[in-house]
Write a protein that binds this ligand. Structure first.
Ligand code: KIV
Ligand code: ZN
Length: 515
């Protein structure tokens, strides 16, 4: 095997990642993520599953028609309607790919598809041929490959390549494989499939046993040339292989893998933050590469070693993955240009109008808080992407509460040019009172399923970041809010979730919204 292989990064944040419960994105959000993936220099973006919904179709079509710099891929089952719909969405992309999949394992054949092996091969061939009639770049996935009999898997893969597949993706759909198992599967395909050199072998591993990255790396070691992954490892159930982890494993252990990717690693942290803020799926603090603690050293012995020589306890430099070298950046007297510069370095491309809004909030924050950290600036910028016209925002609130009195809240919300105020005595505490007042004013009732508060940066005056998860008419919506005042941050997060519900209900605002 060549000593310096370039492994293709196939990002499926917008397709498999979006299948994380509650992580659905609207069109504008998908475009934002797709542009960030292009800036990150991924090779392929799986933009959606066009036949699944109008929202998915439009997202794939818009990304394919408007963005440049990566292959744009759309998913399809092995039937004509799916494949033609995928092509309809992809046809304006300079580099389109159709990805067809069909389950091959015994359990899927018997219980889900009720098809025998011959029928599976026949359908796979027909689907690949139809896709190849639309474009040259066709990927075939035998779904649940890791649980498929190896002889049959070799037969299906050979048939798909003969029919025109240029990439054969080997999914561990249910996260069942181990690294040794996945390595064996890929080696077997390379040894036993006579036409295997005509296609790129791809890995697609799920994380149900926490081994998605290790399994993908084992496949790469055995000769796979593409890895399918998502930002922050989001995806169906326990998620997919994490892009940032697999990329940095290859780069940091180049001595072992002799392989690299085209990824601009300094964009990893900004991209991770963007996806987290758009989907509402928080990154755990100790998450490898992009977690807030990934480069934090607590023990005295480690700190001493770090001061003497960072390589004693760090195998990567934080700045190499996009953490800012110096955390303390701006203060009360900083101007708009410095803010724009910092926001750009953190991965936020603000329009003039957005910058003005962020700058006003930055000044207000600088009045309340002495030190403004990168985390604060990222939080202010993220808020801007939520603040679209026609959405509810908090104008003012006042709450009286205590251990012996029922909370009483006066809240004013604004949407467009309308302001509404309610005064209520209600709730178990100030946050509950705030939520009830928001429901009253907006007329949207929800069930709160999760509520979390954490500090964005450090110190007593740190901003609070609140995430909420609410249920409305059977659908889960997430919201996020940031403020130095934790009750206000809670209200902002709750309102953010309500705004998402309103967007879904009002086609005038976002006709493309799918969930
Ligand atoms: O996990 C899986 O099998 C998939 C396929 C559609 C590739 O996501
Ligand atoms: Zn998957």
């Amino acid at each position: 095997m060549s000593t310096n292989r370039i492994i293709k990064i196939f990002d499926t944040t917008l397709r498999d990642g979006e299948q994380s419960p509650g992580a659905s994105m609207n069109l504008a959000e998908k475009m934002e993520v797709a542009q960030a993936l292009i800036d990150l220099k991924v090779d392929v973006i799986e933009a959606g599953f066009p036949i699944a919904s109008v929202g998915d179709f439009e997202a794939v079509r818009e990304i394919a028609s408007n963005l440049r710099g990566a292959t744009i891929c759309g998913l399809a089952r092995c039937n004509d309607a799916d494949i033609d719909r995928a092509w309809e969405a992809l046809k304006h992309a300079p580099s389109p790919r159709i990805h067809v999949f069909l389950a091959t394992s015994a359990i899927h054949r018997e219980f889900k598809l009720r098809m025998d092996k011959d029928e599976i091969i026949r359908r796979a061939i027909a689907a690949v041929k139809r896709a190849a009639g639309h474009c040259d770049d066709v990927e075939f996935s035998p779904e649940d490959a890791a649980r498929t009999e190896i002889d049959f898997l070799c037969n299906v893969v050979e048939a798909a390549i003969d029919a025109g597949a240029t990439t054969v993706n080997i999914p561990d759909t249910v996260g069942y494989a181990t690294p040794a198992h996945m390595g064996h599967v890929i080696r077997s395909l390379r040894e036993r499939v006579p036409n295997i050199d005509r296609a790129v072998i791809s890995m697609h591993c799920h994380d149900d046993l926490g081994m998605a990255v290790a399994n993908s790396l084992a496949g790469i070691e055995a000769g796979a040339g593409q890895v399918e992954c998502t930002i922050n490892g989001i995806g169906e159930r326990a998620g997919n292989c994490s892009l940032e982890e697999v990329v940095m494993a290859l780069r940091t252990r180049h001595d072992f893998y002799h392989a690299d990717t085209r990824i601009d690693a300094q964009r990893l942290v900004p991209t991770s933050r963007l996806v987290s803020s758009i989907t509402g799926l928080q990154v755990q603090r100790n998450k490898a590469i992009v977690g807030r603690n990934a480069f934090a050293h607590e023990s005295g012995i480690h700190q001493d070693g770090m001061l003497k020589e960072p390589r004693t306890y760090e195998i990567m430099r934080p700045e190499d993955v996009g953490f800012a070298r110096t955390d303390l950046v701006l203060g009360k007297h900083s101007g708009r240009a410095a803010l724009a510069d910092r926001a750009k370095a953190l991965g936020f491309h603000l329009t003039g109008e957005q910058l003005q809004m962020v700058f006003e909030r930055f000044k207000a924050l600088a009045d309340k808080k002495k030190d403004i950290y990168d985390g604060d600036i990222a939080a202010l910028c993220e808020q801007e992407f939520w603040n679209e016209a026609d959405q509810w925002s908090i104008v003012s609130y006042a709450i009286e509460c205590g251990s012996t009195v029922k909370p009483s809240v006066t809240l004013t919300l604004r949407r467009g040019s309308t302001e509404r105020t309610e005064t209520l005595t209600c709730g178990d505490g100030p946050v509950d009172a705030m939520f009830l007042a928001i429901e009253k004013i907006t007329g949207v009732s929800v069930t709160c399923r999760d509520f979390r508060v954490q500090a964005v940066t450090v110190g007593k005056d740190a901003q609070a970041e609140v995430s909420v998860e609410v249920m409305h008419e059977g659908i889960v919506y997430r919201g996020r809010g940031v403020s130095t005042d934790s009750v206000e941050a809670s209200g902002m997060a709750f309102l953010n979730a309500i705004n998402r519900i309103e967007i879904g209900r009002n086609p005038r605002l976002h006709p493309q919204h799918s969930a």
